[in-house]
Design a protein around this ligand. Structure first.
Ligand code: URA
Length: 189
């Protein structure tokens, strides 16, 4: 019998709550450890993710894996990776408010099932949606906010770091802060 997460995945794959289901190739539900301590949330699938049906599999995903590896985390083992939108917006345009509203219940349901200690928001869309509309990445990255028993931290989107490599050191600091936070919470390995 399929578990809750598989039922949610199937519902998401059949979703028609917004128009993106008509233009995407694959629904990108998420992947990883369903009991992860850390949930990483990006913006929306890009071209590679849309083709493969998996999150962060392109160049930005490789960079994300490096940061996770730097603090001893591995996607699939201690981490779950998902996006605010489960379907790729055409030509990678920005998510629209109505699409975010339509899609967010899936992420909320995933979060309930995973019950992570920390949610890492990758980039401004994730941070503004999950932390605060006032969130500014350059000002607030690396800061931890508690909401409903979960800690949230926003950092630079890996794609932004690929375009602006000098910021990579700041992002590494944010992940080192995540390592400290997990220790503080008694949630290290
Ligand atoms: N960018 C995102 O925000 N999410 C992905 O899955 C890939 C690229």
């Amino acid at each position: 019998m399929p578990g809750e997460m598989e039922r949610l995945r199937a519902a998401c794959a059949a979703c028609g709550r917004c128009g993106l289901g008509k233009t995407r190739t694959n629904n990108v539900f998420g992947m990883g450890d369903e009991h992860a301590r850390v949930l990483c949330v990006g913006e929306a699938p890009g071209e590679q993710e849309d083709l493969q049906g998996l999150p962060f599999v392109g160049p930005s995903g490789k960079l994300l894996d490096l940061y996770l590896g730097a603090i001893g985390l591995r996607r699939g083992e201690d981490v779950y990776i998902a996006n605010i939108l489960k379907c790729r917006p055409p030509h990678n345009r920005d998510p629209e408010p109505g699409e975010i509203e339509a899609c967010l219940p899936y992420l909320r349901a995933q979060t309930k099932l995973i019950s992570p200690k920390v949610i890492v928001c990758l980039g401004r869309f994730a941070a503004m949606t999950l932390i605060s509309p006032e969130f500014r990445v350059t000002r607030d990255h690396g800061v931890f906010f508690e909401k409903g028993g979960i800690w949230f931290m926003g950092t630079f989107h890996p794609s932004a770091l690929l375009r602006d490599p000098p910021k990579k050191a700041l992002a590494l600091d944010d992940f080192l802060g995540l390592e400290d936070k997990l220790k503080e919470l008694g949630a290290e390995k």
